[in-house]
Write a protein that binds this ligand. Structure first.
Ligand SMILES: Nc1nc2c(ncn2[C@@H]2O[C@H](COP(=O)(O)OP(=O)(O)OP(=O)(O)O)[C@@H](O)[C@H]2O)c(=O)[nH]1
Length: 247
């Protein structure tokens, strides 16, 4: 039903239902008159047809509309369950789910992939200085920026307040470094205007790799990337570091 409504559209569906209702009304009326042994009354047929033509479009317009609203709400709920409202990226749960899928796939095909954890720098200071709304706007802006920077096959999500995770399939250390460098430069060049003030922000990144022969699970790999991120913060921020296990 859902697919039919989406494919046919509300107006066409209402016209189809009306035509079917009119035909049914005439058919049933003829059947009823035959069963009762009456002569075919054209006035009764005419009345049945008119009432079907009046009632069917109104009722079906209302019901199809109601059904479409339910479909829209269902789609919205699915989105809310998967995506972070502020950035439009995967939320933590969806990110971890997709990461596990990539992990299984990479193992099966004997491939490596990169895991990056990125954290916006001094975000508390930004919130304190410009207000929570400005912090939210930066997160929104960052979500847009990320979407323009990653490939369709990459997986990225907001895994904490101002922390983001990336899975780059079939990516080695060299290419992960290039990706991190490109991302940091793009972020650095970005500025957003809030109440006439130009605000700039930076980020720090931790990188690790998943090898097909290693037994590290996604959680272990995220911890490794987190530790590398911590090193990047200690190294002065606005930079990336690679986890000890792969550097
Ligand atoms: N505006 C806004 N702030 C958030 C959101 N989620 C987390 N934060 C804030 O992000 C800040 C994170 O602060 P810290 O963990 O101290 O980190 P930081 O200030 O970025 O410092 P470093 O990570 O060490 O560079 C806190 O003030 C949180 O309140 C959000 O959705 N919106």
């Amino acid at each position: 039903m859902k697919r039919i409504i989406q494919k046919v559209g509300r107006i066409r569906l209402v016209i189809i239902i009306t035509l079917v209702a009119a035909l049914l009304a005439i058919g049933l009326n003829i059947l009823l008159q035959l069963i009762q042994g009456n002569e075919l009354s054209y006035t009764a047929l005419y009345r049945a047809l008119i009432s079907a033509i009046i009632i069917a479009p109104l009722l079906s317009w209302y019901l199809v509309g109601l059904f479409m609203r339910v479909i829209e709400l269902e789609q919205k709920m699915q989105e809310w369950a998967m995506f972070d409202q502020l950035t439009g990226l995967f939320n933590r749960r969806a990110f971890l789910h997709r990461a596990e899928q990539e992990y299984t796939l990479a193992k099966r095909h004997n491939e490596s992939f990169a895991i990056l954890v990125l954290d916006l720098d001094h975000f508390k200071t930004i919130n304190d200085k410009y207000g929570h709304k400005a912090g939210d706007l930066i997160l929104e802006d960052f979500g847009q920026l990320i979407k323009s920077q990653v490939r369709q096959s990459d997986i990225c999500g907001r895994i904490g307040g101002e922390e983001f995770g990336f899975i780059l399939p079939r990516t080695d250390l060299n290419n992960s470094r290039l990706f991190a460098e490109k991302l940091l430069t793009t972020i650095e060049q970005r500025s957003i205007s809030i109440e006439g003030k130009e605000i700039k922000y930076t980020a720090s990144i931790g990188i690790t790799l998943s090898h097909p022969y290693s037994n590290y699970k996604i959680n272990n790999l995220l911890h490794q990337a987190d530790r590398a991120l911590y090193k990047a913060k200690s190294a002065g921020r606005n930079c990336y570091q690679v986890a000890n296990a792969v550097s």
